[in-house]
Design a protein around this ligand. Structure first.
Ligand SMILES: [Mn+2]
Length: 408
């Protein structure tokens, strides 16, 4: 009997709690919009506080809508691609994936001629290849097993261009972002050396501000400066501890940045050159170049050179290769150290001289220059360059770093 009484007591208490809870919920709901008489002072204060709450709630509502809109934008970009409005393609897969050769259909070929002559490469095909396509990983196998510390200096990537095809510039930027760890990528700087192509003005700016908000700076030269001074203009606005200089017709590969930044962290006076592979200008196929340094002949033409015997004797094909010269389409230097070296000679108008001049400068100043087989960047050698119709003129004949003539 006592047991049954106890059960009843428990049930009664539970019922009272449930009813009390329901009543308090009902009271709260019905008082959510209280009727307040207007002529009481304290009630006016209460009313204004109430209005403020309403206002606050409306602001947060707006913020919420903005966030939803931006989320919608992200989803739109993922599904349709921001580049679609430019007639370009984002995402993985599609034509030219894996760096395989691609060709145009006869119908496409009819439209390709004009762009090929304008840019010195098959720009029509470039527009049909995804900005995010993959390319082969040509690193020696040892590099793929190497690990690097997370704590490396940040890099500013500087791309220079004049009247380059938009899809080629965007692919350079996409592959840089895709293959550089986010915590190491300080910014991307695009230096426009006074292009007259309308696509490289507002459409480029709008794309970058929406696709990579806050990451990309665009520098516009008011007159044609040439690629040396264009690189220097990019360096002036860079804020990363390290600066990387690239043509805007390159594609990066996985883990290209870590070995470079680790070597510069070890010694800031090293100028580092990723190994270069070739993007064929007609098919956009990738061509593997063997490990090599950079030298030059008596006419000061830069050329690939086989690494010295002692390098091969060490039996480590992943080791850095010390090199007397460089290739200007892709080099990385500690930002402040590069300034201390005197940057590049701003008296040079066309390409080629810097490859030799900076090599002489850095070796004379106690630094060094090396190629890294573990860092690979693919570069497209164009059929023609926009800088001068005759690239043999004018050739560099002076070496300011040495204070003497180089024309022998
Ligand atoms: Mn180039």
């Amino acid at each position: 009997m006592a047991f049954v009484l106890q059960r009843w007591k428990i049930l009664l208490v539970l019922n009272i709690i449930a009813v009390a809870g329901f009543m308090s919920f009902w009271t709260k709901c019905s008082s959510s919009r209280p009727a307040i008489p207007a002529n009481s002072h304290s009630n006016v204060k209460r009313q204004s506080r109430y209005n403020l709450t309403i206002q606050r709630s409306s602001i947060s509502h707006e913020t919420l809508l903005k966030r939803l809109a931006s989320l919608e934008d992200v989803v739109y970009r993922q599904l349709n691609g921001l580049s679609k409005s430019l007639g370009l393609i984002e995402g993985f897969g599609g034509r030219g994936t894996g760096g395989l050769p691609e060709t145009l259909s006869p119908a496409e070929e009819a439209n390709a001629k004009y762009l090929r002559e304008k840019y010195g490469y098959n720009a029509y095909l470039s527009n049909k290849i995804s900005l995010d396509r993959s390319i082969p990983d040509f690193r020696p196998s040892k590099c793929k097993k190497t690990t690097y510390p997370r704590d490396l200096p940040q890099i500013s990537l500087i791309f220079i261009f004049v009247n380059e095809a938009l899809s080629v510039i965007l692919r350079s930027v996409h592959s840089a972002v895709n293959h550089t760890p986010a915590h190491l990528l300080k910014e991307i700087i695009l230096v426009d050396d006074n292009s007259d192509d309308g696509q490289l003005k507002a459409p480029l700016e709008e794309y970058m501000s929406r696709r990579y908000p806050g990451l990309v700076k665009i520098v516009r030269n008011r007159k044609w400066e040439g690629l040396i001074r264009a690189r220097i203009e990019g360096w002036k606005v860079a804020t990363g501890e390290v600066t990387g200089f690239f043509d805007a017709h390159v594609e990066f590969t996985p883990s290209w940045a870590e070995p470079v930044l680790a070597r510069i962290k070890g010694d800031r006076s090293r100028i580092i050159l990723p190994s270069i592979d070739n993007i064929k200008h007609e098919t956009f196929a990738l061509e593997h170049y063997e490990n090599s340094g950079h030298g030059y002949d008596w006419q000061l033409w830069c050329k690939y050179i086989n690494p010295p015997k002692e390098w091969w004797d060490k039996g480590d094909v992943a080791a850095p290769i010390r090199t007397p010269a460089m290739i200007g389409c892709s080099f990385v230097a500690h930002r402040e150290y590069f300034g201390e070296l005197g940057l590049l000679d701003d008296g040079m108008d066309v390409y080629g001289g810097e490859n030799i001049e900076l090599g002489i400068r850095v070796w004379l100043c106690g630094g060094s220059m090396e190629v890294l087989p573990c860092s690979r960047v693919a570069h497209m050698a164009r059929m023609k360059k926009p800088y001068h119709s005759d690239i043999a003129f004018p050739r560099p004949t002076q070496c300011p770093a040495c204070g003497r003539s180089l024309d022998g």
